[in-house]
Design a protein around this ligand. Structure first.
Ligand SMILES: Nc1ncnc2c1ncn2[C@@H]1O[C@H](COP(=O)(O)OP(=O)(O)O)[C@@H](O)[C@H]1O
Ligand SMILES: [Mg+2]
Length: 332
């Protein structure tokens, strides 16, 4: 019996001189939902493509269910179900036909196919849409069909690359429920990637935060948040040119080192946070600095990312959108 579902040892992937995945070592336990959380371009898809044998690592070793991937690529493929970033269900086929097509592709025994299809449609909450064309489905329904489709050959591991990117919040929640159900009821190990903090927090038992090809933090959501300290975060928004001044004041009043990101300053505090907040408010009032907002919250995964990288994951996500927009504008 293999100890782990997936083991990566010192895995690196270079494209020319560019290092997309930088010496990652990671052990994913059987039965867990593991999330690779990171901004666009962090190296999530590259890592997954290596696990699937679609890309060859420049160096390092990958073991899946006890088998060395470089020597047993075809066997490993049987252990893995894959949900890609793009949805690829056939619009001209019904839900049932989509699954049957895949069942044949994966050589599911003919006498098991019907049961398997019904089981998977039930799992996806699409039983009533068995005979409906996939082209008529909402984005969320397509996504759910796509997800159960990758379970057709009863794999031990399900890999999902950004399963909810582009979905609205309602459909996102349904996909989360589906992933948890697949994990719980079918005992499938899950490895998923995401750019969404809430998603990693809500769905994953354990998270690896990835940035510039490196795992910069690893642990359960709670462990990661505790890295910040067990206290609270004070967040103050102000005009950008005032932020340094606010940071100085926060350092003086709390004794902790604040970080500046976008139009806000954050500092994590422990001990009597009501009293500390009071001190900060008094100091702000007497300093006369204009602020746009003050809040206090429990540490989030975004705070962890901010502390480790000096940028906010939310900011880097919106920066990506902005740079994509800028690129489009330039092309016009
Ligand atoms: N085939 C490729 N050739 C060159 N660079 C690539 C290739 N694939 C990915 N990259 C680069 O590697 C980095 C990581 O990409 P990727 O793994 O797709 O990130 P993510 O999935 O986290 O958004 C990016 O900077 C991307 O531009
Ligand atoms: Mg990707």
């Amino acid at each position: 019996m293999a100890d782990y579902a997936i083991e990566l040892s010192n895995v690196t992937k270079k494209f020319g001189d560019f290092v997309a995945v930088n010496n990652i070592s990671l052990k994913i336990e059987k039965g867990e939902i593991f999330g690779l959380l990171g901004p666009n371009g962090a190296g999530k898809s590259t890592t997954i493509n290596m696990l699937l044998g679609l890309l060859t690592p420049t160096s390092g070793k990958i073991i899946v269910e006890g088998k060395d991937l470089s020597r047993h690529t075809n066997e490993v493929k049987k252990d893995i179900g894959l949900v890609m970033q793009e949805t690829i269900v056939e619009p001209e086929l019904t839900a049932e036909q989509n699954l049957r097509l895949f069942a044949r592709l994966y050589h599911v025994p003919e006498d098991e196919i019907e049961d398997r299809i019904d089981f998977l449609l039930d799992l996806a909450g699409l039983r009533d849409f068995k005979k409906a064309y996939a082209g008529t489905f909402s984005g969320g329904m397509k996504r759910r069909l796509e997800t159960v489709k990758s379970l057709i050959h009863d794999p031990k591991i399900l890999i999902l690359d950004e399963p909810t990117t582009g979905l609205d919040i309602q459909n996102r929640t349904k996909v989360w429920e589906l992933i948890k159900r697949i994990n719980r009821e079918n005992k499938v190990t899950i490895l998923m990637t995401t750019q969404y903090l809430e998603e990693a927090d809500e769905v994953c038992n354990r998270i690896g935060i990835i940035d510039h090809g490196k795992i910069i933090a690893l642990g359960t959501p709670t462990e990661l948040k505790h890295k910040i300290g067990k206290g609270s975060i004070i967040e103050i928004a102000a005009e950008r040119q005032k932020l340094e001044e606010v940071a100085k004041l926060l350092k003086k009043e709390t004794g902790e080192t604040p970080s500046i990101s976008g139009d806000k300053v954050e500092v994590s505090i422990s001990g009597d946070h009501v009293r500390t907040m009071q001190k900060v408010l008094n100091a702000l009032t007497s300093s006369g600095i204009q602020v746009n907002g003050i809040s206090m919250h429990e540490p989030t995964l975004d705070d962890v990312f901010l502390k480790l990288t000096g940028t906010s994951l939310r900011d880097s996500a919106s920066e990506t959108v902005q740079s994509a927009r800028a690129m489009l504008m330039r092309r016009r």
